[in-house]
Design a protein. Structure first.
Length: 285
């Protein structure tokens, strides 16, 4: 069982710069963050603030320019089974069945065929897809595909789930269902989850904490604790209230990002571009 007092993810002075057309582009700058075991932490910020880059660094898919990443007390030097990414696109194998997709990664763990099948079936039950174990991927809806991707990640039994806007491409009704299911899954497994989203209400609905990153280069600008009990619904009044507070802080960062991209003369207020209060300024609804 998770130990809620221990630190699962520790970032110290994390900086990432990219070389682009002979120039240096700063994606992240001196990011320091601690995530306790069993926490559900959501990352929000203006487009281009480095949220996805941060996940990639923790996953070991990229190396930091400076700083240190420690997961489970060990420095991150590359990808590992203890950290699994779930992307916006499910990235499933179309020639395999639902069960085959969930089983696929388990081959690397040295499990027997029976053990692989039993574990895959267990996590398919968790995401309510047992009846579709023999289906092919093209026969599934978008939401069902993401459930398969979640089951595949859970089957590896990682310490940390890194989720990069996994529900962004889905319709509102499907997102609502998956928000409820994600809360149930987290309640059952108590995995440490770092969840990137542009949807501020989604962050307030799912997370125990919401971390706001500044405009590029991304820094930890502010932290919001969401202490409401679970289960939560995205339309709950207290979720809307929490999202409103986060949006107030996010508003200036979105304006900074727009001015940096379009020019200092850009005045969002006068041009009437800013959405009404409570609208998700980071993208999505």
């Amino acid at each position: 069982m998770p130990n809620p007092g221990s630190m699962k993810i520790v970032l110290k002075g994390l900086t990432k710069r990219f070389e682009q057309n002979g120039a240096t582009l700063g994606a992240l700058e001196k990011v320091s963050l601690e995530v306790r075991e069993g926490e559900f932490v959501c990352l929000v910020g203006a487009s281009g603030c480095g949220k996805t880059t941060l996940l990639n660094l923790i996953a070991g898919l990229e190396r930091p320019t400076e700083g240190e990443i420690v997961v489970g007390g060990k420095p991150v030097k590359g990808p590992g089974h203890d950290r699994i990414m779930i992307f916006q696109e499910a990235a499933l194998f179309p020639w395999l069945s639902v069960l085959g997709n969930v089983e696929f990664g388990l081959r690397t763990l040295g499990l027997s065929p029976r053990e692989r099948r039993e574990r895959a079936a267990y996590y398919l039950r968790m995401v309510h897809l047992s009846k579709f174990h023999g289906s092919l991927i093209h026969q599934l809806s978008g939401g069902m595909k993401q459930r398969v991707a979640i089951a595949r990640a859970l089957a590896m039994e990682p310490d940390v789930l890194l989720m990069d806007e996994p529900f962004a491409a889905l319709d509102a009704q499907t997102r609502d269902v998956l928000h409820q299911e994600m809360q149930q899954i987290w309640g059952q497994t108590r995995k440490t989850i770092l969840f990137v989203t542009h949807n501020v209400r989604e962050a307030a609905c799912l997370g125990t904490r919401v971390i706001l990153l500044s405009s590029r280069p991304g820094r930890v600008l502010q932290e919001f604790k969401v202490s409401y009990s679970y289960p939560r619904h995205i339309e709950d009044a207290h979720i809307a209230e929490a999202a409103g507070l986060i949006n107030q802080a996010l508003k200036s960062e979105v304006e900074k990002a727009m001015k940096a991209e379009i020019g200092d003369e850009w005045d969002l207020e006068k041009r009437g571009v800013l959405p009404p209060p409570g609208f998700n300024l980071g993208g999505g609804i």
